[in-house]
Design a protein around this ligand. Sequence first.
Ligand code: ZN
Length: 118
Amino acid sequence: MVRLKLHDPSVAPELVSFLRRCQCEVRHLGPTMVGVGVGHPVDPEAAAHRLQDGRCYCCGEQIELVLFRLGSPRCHDCRESSAAIPARANETWTRMEVESYLRIWRVRNPGAHVELVA
Ligand SMILES: [Zn+2]
């Protein structure tokens, strides 16, 4: 779950209903703060796209060439910290997905400021 901070509380209802239409789980954390989660696990198709670019499935960083050639879907750091992977991967994906929805929302609401805070 990531948190979004709004500069203007009056845009909150519109943002919340937009994100719900995008299949997000949205929680009100305060008048200018909403929590957003994606209601599904990592999208395999998007993960495959990442891999085609030689990027780590978990963190999105470039996979070291030698590991990539061995067929590793994860970078060196993520291989080392294998226990922490599911949570970290989900967090990264949630951020990426919410950011892409926010880009669409900003185009539709040019005056409204929303920040992704965590
Ligand atoms: Zn990684």
